[in-house]
Design a binder for this molecule. Structure first.
Ligand code: ADP
Ligand code: ASP
Ligand code: MG
Length: 457
């Protein structure tokens, strides 16, 4: 059996949903289909919740937009006489969403928990329509609300999945009945039954969890590009498909911003040795990218390049840090207290400064906790300053073949130097699979294109 996941880009309108049905039916195996919200709907839900929180009634415009988009898909998919039962279901969901948003407008407060609930409507609306459509074409289908089978903690916004508990629930719920299961991606439920989510782009992860639970042969991620490409195609126009990727390379690429797969996707599938295949709904003939444990023979040193936008750099500096054990530990504890995710760390051997890179939205709380935790060191001048620099970008150059190969960094940084790009910090893991560095955001396009041209062609 296979699990097939279709992203928002594959579900933009009625025509694409029809295409999805064709792809599902082309498979003769059992059907486990994970769906995201329709393209752009989760963003509209986020915008609506932000407006409602500000007490701004503009959220009604987003609600209207969401309603129109779903209504027009219903019109495309169902003849008039078959629309009433699906419209009833949709109206029920839309009324509930309207009430929740009105509640947020009244109290002018939207917690992460409420935001998760609001975002869940995208997947729930879409899966209701698609399951009904598949049924109407004579293919028995059942919508499964993943909040009942994917169990998480209550870390709203990006919850941690209790895998074993979830696997048990999934196996109990998804019996082998021959019908098509249409499973909501992205959304999950806490042990108390409260709606949670797996983080933006999380439907890929849902598919991997279902695949691991059901021990499927493969997990297919259907999207709008021919596979994992050597770089983000929106920035590097001559990027091309990487036919085979090792799990480690794929994880590094996704972690460093190749949004074609969610970074957690490969965790459940590695354990069960299930290959993940990226395919294009708009070009089904393309072979896609296969991500598996198999080693990959490739001539070039660099497999792909990825980048993370909107990061900041925190530099903790002071003469008193030299040779004193424990300062790094205090810095990392402070950031752990602040629940800040550190993306990159560098320390020069002079030990005079430690540089941490995190997302810009987390910088304020990071600084607050650093000042609190390092109060004594700051007072006694062991630490002279904590500086922040915003509007930065992390670029990661990834490839198994870099291991033990000499001259890569030299060539990399001279090509960037020749293009006039200033590097603010550099890190290389001991796996030698990844070289990451920080540049100004305004240099991103030039940097990605320069590296692609130099190493990938
Ligand atoms: P979906 O809606 O199917 O989940 P996403 O928008 O999440 O699709 O991911 C697909 C998009 O990821 C592509 O359209 C492409 O613009 C972007 N992308 C960024 N980096 C890469 C990469 N290295 N390879 C392929 N796509 C990439
Ligand atoms: N709909 C969710 C999002 O836009 C999840 C996903 O697309 O994977 O983030
Ligand atoms: Mg996605």
């Amino acid at each position: 059996m296979k699990v097939q996941k279709f992203g928002g880009s594959s579900l933009a309108d009625g025509k694409r949903i029809k295409k999805t049905l064709q792809i599902v039916l082309d498979e003769k195996t059992n059907h486990y289909v994970v769906l995201s919200a329709m393209k752009g709907i989760t963003n509209l839900l986020v915008e609506a919740s932000k407006n409602a929180e500000k007490g701004n009634s503009d959220y009604k415009l987003q609600l209207l937009d969401i309603t129109k988009r779903h209504r027009s898909v219903i019109e495309e998919l169902f003849p008039t006489e078959k629309r009433s039962s699906i419209n009833e279901k949709i109206n029920y969901l839309l009324d509930e969403l309207k009430d929740i948003l009105h509640g947020v407008e009244l109290v002018q407060e939207c917690s992460l928990r409420t935001k998760d609930l609001i975002m869940s409507f995208g997947e729930r609306l879409n899966c209701s329509i698609v399951a009904e459509y598949f049924n109407s074409t004579g293919h028995p289908s059942q919508m499964i609300d993943a909040r009942e089978i994917i169990i998480t903690d209550d870390n709203y916004g990006s919850s941690n999945v209790f895998l074993q508990k979830s696997y048990k629930k999934i196996k109990e719920r998804l019996e082998n009945t021959g019908q098509i299961y249409i499973i909501t991606g992205f959304i999950s439920g806490s042990e108390k039954g409260i709606t949670t989510t797996l983080g933006r782009n999380g439907s890929d992860y849902t598919a991997a969890i279902i695949g691991a639970a059901m021990e499927s042969e493969t997990v297919e991620i259907w999207t709008d590009v021919d596979g994992v490409l050597t770089a983000d195609p929106r920035v590097v126009h001559n990027s091309f498909v990487i036919p085979y990727l090792s799990i480690e390379e794929a994880m590094e690429l996704s972690y460093f911003g190749a949004e074609v797969i969610h970074p957690y996707t490969l965790m459940p599938t590695i354990e069960k040795n299930i290959p993940v295949i990226i395919k294009n709904t708009l070009n089904t003939k393309a072979k896609g990218t296969i991500i598996s444990k198999n080693s990959v023979n490739r001539e070039r040193a660099i497999t792909g390049i990825a980048s993370i936008d909107n990061v900041s750099f925190i530099n903790v500096e002071g003469g008193g840090m030299l040779g004193i054990p424990g300062i790094a530990s205090s810095i990392f504890s402070a950031l752990a207290d602040a629940e800040v995710n550190i993306i990159m760390i560098t320390q020069a051997s002079s030990e005079h400064s430690i540089c941490i890179v995190c997302r810009t939205i987390e910088v304020e709380k990071a600084i607050y906790h650093l000042n609190k935790r390092l109060e004594y060191e700051i007072k006694t001048k062991k630490i002279n300053r904590i500086d922040v620099k915003n509007d930065l970008e992390i670029i990661a150059v990834i490839g198994e073949n870099m291991k033990g190969m000499t001259g890569i960094s030299g060539k990399l940084f001279s090509s960037l130097g020749d293009s006039g790009i200033n590097i603010l910090a550099i890190a290389q893991g001991s796996s030698e699979r990844n070289i990451s560095f920080v540049i100004e955001s305004s240099d991103k396009n030039t940097a990605l294109n320069t590296i692609h041209k130099t190493f990938i062609g």
